[in-house]
Design a binder for this molecule. Structure first.
Ligand code: PLP
Length: 359
């Protein structure tokens, strides 16, 4: 199987797996201890969590705190609902974790459009009554990189806070220094599933969504998993160390894949983009048939906004594509562990299957 779905999730880095093992704990040791217990094994587990928190914080700007959550979805819910905003502005291409939460929050909602390249204008107009502006750093469907620093400034000019969903950019690009809250997910940066984080700038006040034991400075009750935290921390440290090497590797794969799929049309900007995301379309292509013909390659139908959601892509629609174009799009995602021969083989299989459809 060739895995080319790095936007959905990334493989666990061996270094992250290794860091987790000590804290999975069998009866022979005490690595299973509750990190919130005051005895020695508990304190050791708590110390491991604090090391992980520092490692994650190293991806983020100074002047804030890292709150561990169960996912980036939970982090985004905490940011939006915990702020209790009355008016929110979000980009049209946010992930459902932002869009649906903003809709459910009861706040008045303004949607900031994107252009045909999938980019929000840095000088987008923001209504003065706005309390919160949420724009993602890198889009998960088309990889476009948004001008988040400029948008954070625009938010601050009207007295609003700025929330950045940095799930697809963290560890790959610098996280935006102008944001007031930033959401991350471990499993998109070669860490484990089941853990995310919300970075909150000092002075920003949130109301918890999950109450109980008062963990995570009272903002997110529940016993933390030292193993998940340690895996997240190790993955974050590795991402920081390998950032330029990873980017160069992805760039080479991007060039290779673009050349291997001649005539396929790119969805979204080519230049303002994370090049590990190749979302392309071929007029007339039946994507469902393509995916069943190329079943030894794990990639995504470009039209599915989240695997299995069944909803057509609001992102491809927002960049102006008509339904037939949306339905003929695929997303191919690669990263640190993708080999050039895998990209070559996958593109050859995709080309051949498209040719068999006569497109
Ligand atoms: N935001 C973006 C841009 C994503 O790609 C995802 C995952 O698909 C999420 C948020 C949600 O992350 P998690 O799986 O940690 O809930």
């Amino acid at each position: 199987m060739i895995y080319l779905d790095y936007q959905a999730t990334t493989p666990l880095a061996p270094e992250a797996r290794e860091a987790m093992l000590a804290w999975l704990g069998g009866p022979e040791g005490t690595g299973f201890a509750n990190p919130h217990s005051p005895h020695r094994p508990g304190r050791a587990a708590a110390a491991a969590i604090e090391v992980a928190r520092e490692q994650v914080a190293a991806l983020l700007p100074p002047g804030g705190r890292v709150i561990f959550t169960g996912s980036a979805t939970e982090a985004l819910n905490l940011a939006i609902l915990g702020l209790k905003p009355r008016r929110i502005a979000v980009s049209a291409i946010e992930h459902a974790a932002v869009l649906d939460t903003a809709r459910a929050s009861g706040a008045e909602l303004d949607v900031i459009d994107v252009d045909g390249e999938g980019l929000v204008a840095g000088d987008a107009a923001i209504v003065p009554e706005t309390d919160l502006v949420a724009v993602m750093q890198v889009n998960n469907e088309i990889g476009t990189i948004q001008p988040v620093e400029a948008l954070a400034e625009a938010a601050h000019r009207v007295g609003a806070l700025f929330l950045c969903d940095a799930v697809q950019g963290a560890g790959k690009l610098e996280t935006p220094s102008g944001a007031d809250m930033i959401a991350l997910s471990a499993h998109k940066l070669y860490g484990p599933k089941g853990i995310g984080a919300l970075w909150v700038r000092d002075g920003v006040d949130l109301t918890p969504l999950i109450r109980g034991g008062g963990q995570e400075q009272g903002l997110r009750s529940g016993t933390l998993s030292p193993a998940l935290c340690a895996g997240f921390g190790a993955a974050a440290a590795l991402a920081l160390k390998l950032q330029s090497q990873d980017a160069a590797h992805v760039e080479a794969l991007w060039q290779q894949a673009r050349e291997a799929l001649p005539g396929w049309l790119l969805n979204g900007s080519a230049s303002q983009r994370w090049h590990g995301n190749l979302n392309v379309r071929r007029p007339g292509l039946d994507v469902a048939r393509l995916m069943s013909d190329v079943r030894n390659v794990a990639f995504s139908a470009g039209s599915a906004c989240a695997s299995g959601s069944g909803r057509p892509s609001h992102v491809l629609r927002a960049i102006g594509l008509a339904d037939p174009d949306i339905k003929s799009s695929v997303r191919i995602g690669f990263g640190r562990y993708t080999r050039p021969d895998e990209v070559g083989d996958a593109c050859a299989l995709i080309r051949a299957a498209a040719a068999a459809q006569g497109v």
